[in-house]
Design a binder for this molecule. Structure first.
Ligand code: GRG
Length: 310
């Protein structure tokens, strides 16, 4: 997670975020070992492959940052169980990447610097492994909520939150809008609606999950929701920009795919400079939305999502 011309404070935050990513990787590996190891047959290998490929881990990092921002001062260093709980949104995200790469969707060969799951394990196993990841994420929430001694209503709220973000009114609905848009002229309003649902819903939910886990009061939950919505938009605009300016070596996936697949994107509608200024504006909006919750990490993450190179 790199920045341009970092100040000393920014470098410390970068180091913090990098440490967080390593701890998330460990938590995900331990959760996967417990939940996936008993899975037999042809599903186990594609599941292990999908879960062991490392990404930026932005969703669990957002969960943990929201959790820290609202939790009691004694809980600024969340337990390994909280880290595992934070991985549920990452598991849903992993499923979406596996399915998004399939021949019937974007038909991609490369993801996170490795061959896509269906290229290594075949289309049917990749489809089924993707589908299996969704209930695995829900089971993880139930297990870890119990282990943390949460009241049953809090566990149920967490499951509902993730289901809503992943479902027809969230990520899957956004993917449908995106597919439908391939046959239409897409305007700015439509593009924003696609991005808010396809990418923004899960990013916002990651923050809300962390806040609910930390038993946040309603105003904090609301502030984090607004922060997440603006941050999600900034993130996706930056993603569209990187598709134009990046390369496979730094992105870990092929660049130029929006153009190849003739997908509307922020650079195609606003030009590169216009898209960059919209991304920056959305990141600033995210920071403003935090109000009194001015967590240094959440502020830094708003900058990170638009300055990232991968
Ligand atoms: C059910 C067949 C079927 C398909 C559904 C749900 C779905 C497919 C697709 C969702 C669309 C999707 C993949 C959205 C995420 C877009 C996005 C910006 C991905 C990249 O996220 P990063 O940059 O990736 O956080 P890393 O690899 O760092 O985790």
């Amino acid at each position: 997670m790199r920045r341009i011309a970092p100040t000393a404070a920014a470098s410390r935050l970068d180091a913090f975020i990098e440490r967080e990513r390593v701890r998330v990787d460990e938590a995900l590996a331990s959760a996967a070992a417990e939940i996936v190891s008993p899975v037999g047959g042809a599903l186990r290998a594609p599941l292990e492959y999908a879960l062991s490929t490392s990404g930026k881990r932005l969703r669990p990092i957002l969960f943990l940052s929201a959790y820290r921002a609202v939790a009691a001062p004694s809980d600024v260093d969340p337990s390994p169980t909280v880290y595992r709980l934070a991985c549920a949104a990452e598991i849903v995200h992993t499923y979406s990447l596996v399915h998004d790469d399939l021949p019937s969707m974007d038909d991609d060969d490369l993801r996170r610097g490795r061959a896509t799951v269906h290229r290594v394990h075949g289309v049917a196993p990749a489809m089924l492994a993707g589908a299996a990841l969704l209930p695995i994420a829900m089971e993880l929430i139930v297990r870890e909520s119990r282990a943390l001694g949460f009241p049953p209503e809090r566990g149920a709220l967490l499951v509902r939150e993730l289901c809503r973000a992943a479902g027809a009114d969230g990520m899957v609905g956004g993917q449908l809008l995106d597919l439908e848009a391939e046959r239409r002229v897409v305007d700015e309003t439509m593009l924003e609606a696609i991005h808010r649902a396809k990418t923004g819903a899960l990013l916002t939910a990651s923050l809300r999950l962390g806040a609910i886990a930390g038993d946040a009061p309603e105003p904090a939950l609301e502030a984090l929701t607004h922060y997440g919505e603006a941050l999600g938009l900034a993130f996706q605009i930056a993603d569209d920009i990187l598709d134009v300016t990046g390369d496979a070596a730094s992105l870990g996936k092929e660049a130029g795919r929006d153009r190849e697949l003739r997908k509307a994107s922020y650079p195609s509608l606003y030009g590169l400079a216009g898209a960059q200024s919209l991304a920056r504006r959305a990141a600033n909006e995210a920071k403003q939305a935090l109000g009194e919750l001015r967590s240094p990490v959440l502020l830094a993450l708003a900058d990170y999502v638009v300055e990232r190179r991968s």
